[in-house]
Design a protein around this ligand. Structure first.
Ligand code: MN
Length: 131
C-alpha cells in the first residue's frame, strides 16, 4: 500500500470531510490523525510530527492560512509538507495559500478517486519552496 508507515494530520472542522478523508486514506495504508481547529492541530503536530499535513483553510477562529504560518515558523515542523484543502475558488486564493507557506493545494469538493494520487505525489515531489 502506498501509504504504509506514513502519518497524515488532517485539520478540518467539517465532520463529514474528516470521516471521508480518513476512510479513503486509511484504505491506502496511511495513519490519520485528526484535529478540528487550529489550536488542537498545532498541539497534535508538535506532539507527534506527521509526514504530511492536510490543512482546511476555512477553520473557526484561527484560519488555515494563519495556522500554516505558525507551523512554518516552528523549527520542529517547518520541513513538513502542508497541503491546503479549500473550496475557495476566488482569484488569488491559490497564491494566498502559497504565500502562507503551503506546499500545495487541493481544491474541494474532495475527489475520493484522485485524493490518494494527489497525496502520493505531494509526498514524493519536492515542494514548491525547494524548486
Ligand atoms: Mn472548514
Amino acid at each position: 500500500m502506498a501509504g504504509f508507515g506514513k502519518r497524515i494530520l488532517y485539520i478540518e472542522d467539517n465532520p463529514e470531510n474528516r470521516v471521508l478523508v480518513k476512510r479513503v486514506l486509511e484504505v491506502e495504508g496511511y495513519a490519520l490523525a485528526l484535529a478540528t481547529d487550529a489550536q488542537t492541530g498545532l498541539a497534535e503536530a508538535l506532539r507527534h510530527p506527521p509526514d504530511l499535513i492536510l490543512m482546511d483553510i476555512n477553520l473557526p477562529e484561527v484560519d488555515g492560512y494563519t495556522l500554516t504560518e505558525r507551523i512554518k515558523a516552528e523549527p520542529a515542523l517547518k520541513h513538513i509538507r502542508v497541503i491546503a484543502l479549500t473550496a475557495n475558488v476566488m482569484k488569488g486564493d491559490r497564491e494566498r495559500t502559497l504565500a502562507a507557506g503551503c506546499d500545495g493545494y487541493i481544491q474541494k469538493p474532495i475527489d475520493v478517486d484522485e485524493l490518494p494520487h494527489q497525496i502520493a505525489r505531494f509526498l514524493i515531489q519536492p515542494s514548491i519552496s525547494e524548486l
